[in-house]
Design a protein around this ligand. Structure first.
Ligand SMILES: [Zn+2]
Length: 417
């Protein structure tokens, strides 16, 4: 028997092991069906998995928590951030989760949360689906073990976004948890084409910085509006990776970023609080910069330009009014037995860096009311690297004066310089 044959047999044994594990770990469909609940109950008993979530309604934070079951969220990339994101949404009882990833679970991932050493070798989407279904069988989970950046997969990706919703309609939100620019650009292209709202997220290579960014095509900057230098310079990012050198990662930073991502997704879907446009996290100084980035009128993505035009027209049609309906029955604890009262919040500079979560926003909220100054006002600790276009505009004196001379005369003058 040759060495090659031995290697082949070893591979086959490994594959048998994986298949066996998938079959034995797969949840029994009958047992699962018994655990499924028809309605989310607010009853406070130890056996109710939703009692603490439904309490958000009683506390006046959320109008109708059970609405969460209507929503479909797509998570692209189920690595360090995406897997934790998917778990949080599953525990919150989201209606449907669609997971995209083409990678496998590796032992080198074990410094992060979610995956277990016994799952090494399985595709990330299979391993995630098995764990998530066990955690909450009420959540419908659909998986795609595909690389969305391949041109052959793009149509399928677009089609899932268009029809992957809980009733065969469009999905409600996409969360990007990928680790490369190529995949972010693919997501950006698809979401601009469909006008689909999405969150971009990222963690730095040194593991101590992260961010989330809410992208509403046409209203806020898309990923191509202000591309990173690598993308703008058309450099193939794969050429930047060196053999034997890998990015650092911490479960803490990834957990914080996943938490911020799901928190803002819940606020957007269930309509409470304000949704951050861009929220950064610097773990070294516990600094959370927040800002709004306007779309670039010269964006390289044609669908972004189309969405910008549509957004402008939509805003023009909306009547000017800034009244916003706030949820009733907010618990203020003014007369509670502990004598706790809430102090009025000081207005903060970040108040213009967030958007009201959608269901709370009345049709009358006029986004055109935001002036350029409001967009450009920055929180403490943030400054522009370059002066604004207005500051660099030429003054009267620096402009070339009109002259009677023709082009040949000017060329002669130029050659004498
Ligand atoms: Zn754009």
């Amino acid at each position: 028997m040759s060495l090659e044959d031995v290697e082949n047999i070893k591979k086959r044994i490994e594959n048998f092991k994986k298949t066996l594990m998938e079959l034995t770990e797969a949840p029994d469909s009958q047992e699962t069906a018994e655990h499924k609940v028809r309605e989310m109950s607010a009853e406070v008993v130890d056996s109710n998995p939703y009692s603490r979530l439904m309490a958000l309604q009683r506390m006046g934070i959320v109008k109708n928590y059970e609405d969460i079951r209507k929503y479909t969220v797509v998570v692209v990339g189920v690595g360090g951030v995406g897997s934790v994101t998917a778990e949080m949404l599953t525990r919150c009882g989201i209606g449907k989760l669609v997971l995209f990833d083409y990678d496998k679970v590796e032992l080198a991932n074990m410094n992060r949360l979610f995956y277990q050493p016994s799952q090494a070798g399985l595709s990330k989407v299979t391993a995630a689906s098995m764990t998530l279904t066990k955690i909450n069988p009420d959540v419908k989970i659909e998986t795609y073990n595909t690389n969305i950046t391949l041109s052959t997969q793009f149509e399928e990706f677009l089609n899932v976004l268009k029809t992957g919703g809980i009733n065969g309609d469009r999905v409600d939100l996409l969360l990007s948890c990928v680790d490369n620019y190529e995949a972010r650009m693919t997501i950006n292209t698809a979401c601009n084409e469909l006008g689909l709202k999405w969150f971009e997220s990222g963690v730095s290579e040194n593991a101590v910085c992260g961010h989330i960014q809410y992208i509403v095509p046409g209203e806020s900057a898309c990923f191509a509006c202000a591309p990173p230098l690598v993308v703008a310079s058309d450099i193939d990012e794969k050429t930047l990776k060196k053999d034997g050198v890998c990015a650092a990662s911490l479960p803490t930073t990834m957990g914080v970023v996943a938490g911020l991502l799901v928190q803002n997704s819940l606020k957007k879907l269930l309509g409470f609080g304000t949704v951050s446009w861009y929220l950064g996290y610097n773990a070294l100084s516990d600094f959370f910069p927040s800002m709004m980035i306007k779309p670039n009128p010269n964006c390289s993505d044609n669908f972004c330009l189309k969405q910008q035009l549509e957004f402008k027209n939509r805003v023009k049609e909306e009547p000017e009014c800034t009244n916003v309906d706030l949820p009733e029955d907010i618990v203020t604890h003014e007369n509670n037995e502990w004598g706790i009262s809430l102090a009025e919040d000081e207005p903060t500079a970040s108040s213009n860096t967030t958007e009201l979560a959608e269901p709370l926003k009345t049709e009358n909220v006029n986004n055109s009311a935001r002036s350029d100054e409001e967009y450009l006002s920055l929180n403490d600790g943030i400054e522009f690297a370059y002066p604004s276009a207005d500051q660099t505009a030429p003054n009267e004196e620096s402009l070339v004066k009109e002259t009677e001379l023709n082009v040949d005369d000017l060329r002669k003058q130029l050659s004498l310089l």
